[in-house]
Structures are given as structure tokens and as C-alpha cells.
Ligand binder design. Structure first.
Ligand SMILES: NC(=O)c1ccc[n+]([C@@H]2O[C@H](COP(=O)([O-])OP(=O)(O)OC[C@H]3O[C@@H](n4cnc5c(N)ncnc54)[C@H](OP(=O)(O)O)[C@@H]3O)[C@@H](O)[C@H]2O)c1
Length: 252
């Protein structure tokens, strides 16, 4: 029986998920770390033996179930499951591309849903613990040249809200993570200035603090940026569109 608390983190091979794995391991947790690139997960394990590789492609429903079963068999109890997988393809988003849109939905939305499918019964019966979904401020409103990414994230945000109602009755906390710009391989693809961009370690600290708190739904950061976007969310469409178009002209 493990006496350290256990967290399952997907998207752990890179960026935010990797920084979060290191943060939780440094805080004394056992981390079950998932992503496709097993070599990177093994490197993490070599650096910190509390991080255990559980390679996984989240688009494979059966693999999600098998991996979670393996995690439970090994550690018996999982306190937090956080789903941090995601892809973005800014170049393909400049024009309509059906295949790329489907791919982004498949990984970002259905990949997370497949992961939730794997843990649902466990938390349903456990009646404690936490399920966390990493979405984005890109889920607040549609942004230019990011239709597929924004749609996948707004779907996740709505799903997390619905899951909150369902799981609250079962004493399981659901949290939603909405980061602003964080410097990772994902945002390294962007060819525009990213306001208030922060490091993955900053993101990991914010997420850690939000997850270990007793209550609260949304973990969003950096606050100066996210509160501004929350304000844009409540603007009428015509004002919002004009505001964003003006901003885009300045960037281009
Ligand atoms: N960076 C930002 O500014 C930002 C802002 C808001 C939200 N987010 C969200 O934060 C999350 C992490 O993003 P990041 O910036 O840290 O990006 P990243 O460095 O590119 O990391 C993405 C992670 O997802 C994993 N992944 C991708 N496809 C997968 C699949 N099919 N199966 C399993 N794992 C898969 C990758 O691992 P493998 O390639 O090894 O599978 C990697 O570990 C994403 O959900 C992203 O949308 C990021």
C-alpha cells in the first residue's frame, strides 16, 4: 500500500504537464505520468523516482482504461487525476482544414473524455478525490485563426461545468484549469507576441496551489490576463469583434 498521495497526470512528457509532474513529486506525491513519448517519461523517472511512467495515447479508449487499471493495481488509490494533453496547430488554423479540425477535437476533447471514461467508475464509487481538466482561456470566446483549438477548449470548459454538478453529489471535486500564455513547445509555434507569457514552472505552481486547496472550481492564471479575458467574455458580440480586430491590426 502506497502511503504517499498519488496523482495521475496526462500530457506529462512536456510543457505544463511535465512541470506539474516535477512540482507534485517535489511536494512529496507519487506521480503516475502519461503521454505517448515513453523515453521522455523515463527521463523524468531517472531524475525523480516518484514519477512513474505510464505511456498512453489518449485517443485510444482501451489504452486509457488499461493504463488507469495498471495505475490502480500499482498504487491502490489515486487522489487526483488531471488531464493535460493537448495539441494546437496554428499554421493549419489559418485556413479551414477539416482533417486538422477533427484531429484537434480528437486529442483535446475526445482524448480527455476517453481519460474521464477510464476513471469515472473509480471516482463514482470512491466518493472522494478530484478530477481536473486542463482547458484554456481560448475556451472563453472564439479567437482569430484558432477555431478548432478554441472549439475544443470551450467544449472542455462546458463539459467540466456539467461534470461539476454530477460529481459534487458524489463528493468528488471537479476543477477546471484555464491558463493564459505559457512558454512550451505548443506556444513556441506561435508567430505573434504573446502578452504576459509565463513559464511552465509558474503554471505548475498555480495549478498545484489550486488543486491542493479544499474548494474552488476554476484555476486561472496569470490573473491580470485572465480577468481581462473574462471581461471580454461578457461584452456584446459587436464590441468584442471590433476590439479583437483592432488588436489584430496592431499585431500584424
Ligand atoms: N502553453 C499554453 O500557453 C497553454 C495555454 C492554455 C492551455 N494550454 C493547455 O495545456 C495543456 C498542455 O499544453 P502545453 O503547452 O504544455 O503543450 P506541450 O508542451 O505541447 O504538451 C502537450 C502534452 O500533450 C501530450 N499529448 C499530445 N497528444 C497526445 C496523445 N494523443 N496522447 C497522449 N498524450 C498526448 C504530449 O505528449 P506526447 O507527445 O509525448 O504524447 C505532451 O506531453 C494542453 O491541454 C494545452 O491546450 C496550454
Amino acid at each position: 500500500m502506497e502511503d504517499k498521495k498519488v496523482i495521475w497526470i496526462t500530457g506529462a512528457s512536456s510543457g505544463i504537464g511535465k512541470a506539474l509532474s516535477i512540482k507534485f513529486a517535489n511536494e512529496g506525491w507519487t506521480v503516475a505520468a502519461s503521454a505517448r513519448r515513453e523515453n521522455l517519461l523515463k527521463e523524468l523517472n531517472q531524475e525523480n523516482e516518484s514519477i512513474h511512467p505510464f505511456p498512453l495515447d489518449v485517443t485510444n479508449v482501451d489504452q486509457c482504461k488499461k493504463v488507469f487499471k495498471d495505475i490502480i493495481e500499482k498504487f491502490k488509490n489515486v487522489e487526483i487525476s488531471i488531464f493535460c494533453t493537448g495539441i494546437h496547430d496554428p499554421k493549419s488554423e489559418k485556413e479551414f482544414n477539416l482533417e486538422k479540425i477533427k484531429k484537434i477535437m480528437e486529442v483535446n476533447y475526445f482524448g480527455t473524455i476517453n481519460s474521464i471514461d477510464a476513471i469515472y467508475k473509480y471516482y463514482d464509487e470512491k466518493k472522494s478525490g478530484q478530477i481536473s481538466i486542463v482547458s484554456s482561456v481560448a475556451g472563453y470566446r472564439g479567437l482569430p485563426a484558432a477555431g478548432a483549438y478554441c472549439a475544443s477548449k470551450s467544449a472542455l470548459t462546458s463539459f467540466a461545468e456539467s461534470l461539476h454538478f454530477e460529481m459534487k453529489r458524489k463528493n468528488v471535486r471537479v476543477t477546471l484549469v484555464s491558463p493564459g500564455f505559457i512558454k512550451t513547445p505548443m506556444t513556441d509555434q506561435n508567430d505573434f507576441p504573446m502578452p504576459m507569457i509565463k513559464s511552465p514552472e509558474f503554471a505548475a505552481d498555480q495549478i498545484y496551489k489550486g488543486l491542493i486547496k479544499k474548494s474552488g472550481f476554476e484555476i486561472h492564471f496569470p490573473k491580470a490576463f485572465t480577468y481581462f479575458l473574462k471581461f471580454l467574455r461578457i461584452l456584446p458580440n459587436n464590441i468584442y469583434f471590433k476590439f479583437v480586430e483592432k488588436g489584430m491590426k496592431k499585431i500584424n
